[in-house]
Design a protein around this ligand. Structure first.
Ligand code: PMP
Length: 408
């Protein structure tokens, strides 16, 4: 096949990271990074993860055997409780099939593969609707398994908030039974989430249209600092009786990025036969998993499982989550107030209105390039900044640089 393989472009985000690394300026700031950084711009190993890691390493029974195909059961059961709530009727009624996956990306892929193979209900459309914009990898993940993709409006450039009317109109016009990918909280890249009332309206609309919700939850506990609140969109849809799926990542909220810990969950709609449906689905997920990865990785899964199963460690984890989300919220406040103090043209309330790790600044591509070339500040071309890249030492420098390029 050598002659027919074309050169593929470099992943834009990883290209940006490379350019940042190669920049010798002492003032350089990395606002492209999709991982949490502490106030010293360093990766943060959560203290609770350090403790759990100690427990894993000191376990005299520990070995490097394979996990079961569906993964570590002590992880997947608690992971399901984390998303759906421990008292969820869906769990009590055995309507949830949970499979450990290769972090959020692997969970999305497993879900996409499952739908590509089985979402063939008479009259239903197989098109996957993605928000515009969305996490860039969504396009490839669904396209790779042969599902057609389309997009629904999401970000309103003029308000730098949600284009709710546009979103609803497109989902209403979409063929019945379409697959709709929804970010459970802390939408990447915009930092804009629907309000609880808007989520309720969306649930009603998707129900009427018989659309199939595919939730992506990569930031639970990271957005508001409250695990339950960050899962409320998914829980609302489960309560509304949807059949749906969830791709869950532990990369950000445990800081387990490279360990690739995550889960895929299938929820059957409430019906007398729902438990039996779920068993059938689980059997098919096991077959797909077997051919893809045989069995998921063990180390990060053990760490997450220890924390989720121990009430004291769980409480400490919540505390660690509040540290991360709190620092990010603080950086939002500081950036906004510095821009307002400088009288930077435009409005900056969206910086604090948006939530989660990212903010869509509204900076244009020429402004983004100028920030990179003249000020050594790196962000994606669409003007997305990672709030975790800001800290008490660089936030003023960034605000002043933004001020300069906006005024030019
Ligand atoms: N979904 C979204 C929206 C994300 O932002 C990310 C992380 N960048 C993921 C899924 C999955 O990441 P991972 O595979 O590292 O869990």
């Amino acid at each position: 096949p050598a002659e027919v393989v074309p050169q593929a472009p470099e992943d834009p985000l990883f290209g940006l990271m490379r350019a940042y690394k190669a920049d010798p300026s002492p003032n350089k700031v990395d606002l492209g990074i999709g991982a949490y950084r502490d106030d010293n711009a360093k990766p943060w190993v959560l203290p609770v993860v350090k403790k759990a890691d100690e427990i894993v390493r000191n376990d005299p029974e520990a070995n490097h055997e394979y996990l079961p195909i569906a993964g570590l059961a002590s992880l997947t059961s608690k992971a399901a409780e984390l998303v759906f709530g421990a008292s969820s009727p869906a769990l009590a009624e055995k309507r949830v099939a949970s499979v450990q996956a290769i972090s959020g990306t692997g969970a999305l892929h497993l879900g996409a593969l499952f739908l590509a193979k089985f979402y063939k209900i008479a009259g239903a459309n197989r098109t996957v609707y993605l928000s515009n914009p969305t996490w860039a990898n969504h396009h490839q993940i669904f396209t790779n398994v042969g599902l057609p993709i389309a997009s629904y409006p999401y970000f309103d450039k003029s308000t730098r908030g949600l284009d709710f009317e546009g979103m609803k109109a497109t989902l209403r016009d979409a063929p019945d039974g379409s697959i709709v990918v929804l970010h459970a909280c802390a939408h990447n890249p915009t930092g804009v989430d629907p309000s609880p009332e808007q989520w309720a309206e969306l649930a009603q609309l998707l129900k009427e249209k018989r659309h199939f919700p595919f939730f992506d939850t990569a930031y639970q506990g990271f957005a508001s600092g409250d695990l339950d609140r960050d899962a409320s969109s998914i829980r609302l849809f489960v309560e509304a009786g949807f059949e749906l799926v969830v791709a869950q990542s532990f990369a950000k909220n445990f800081g387990l990025y490279g360990q690739r810990a995550g889960c895929f969950h299938y929820v059957a709609a409430p019906a007398p036969s729902a438990a039996e449906t779920t068993t059938r689905v689980a059997s098919q997920l096991a077959i797909l998993q077997r051919s893809e990865i045989s069995n998921p990785p063990i180390y990060g899964a053990k760490i997450a499982s220890i924390v989720l199963n121990d009430p004291a460690l769980f409480a400490e984890w919540q505390d660690n989550l509040r540290t991360m989300s709190g620092r990010i919220i603080d950086m939002r406040k500081q950036l906004r107030s510095k821009l307002e103090e400088l009288g930077t043209p435009g409005t900056w309330n969206h910086i604090t209105d948006q939530i989660g790790m990212f903010s869509f600044t509204g900076l244009t591509e020429p402004q983004v390039l100028k920030l990179r070339e003249e000020y050594h500040i790196y962000m994606t071309k669409n003007g997305r900044i990672s709030m975790a890249g800001l800290n008490s030492r660089n936030v003023e420098y960034v605000a002043k640089a933004v001020d300069k390029v906006v005024r030019e």
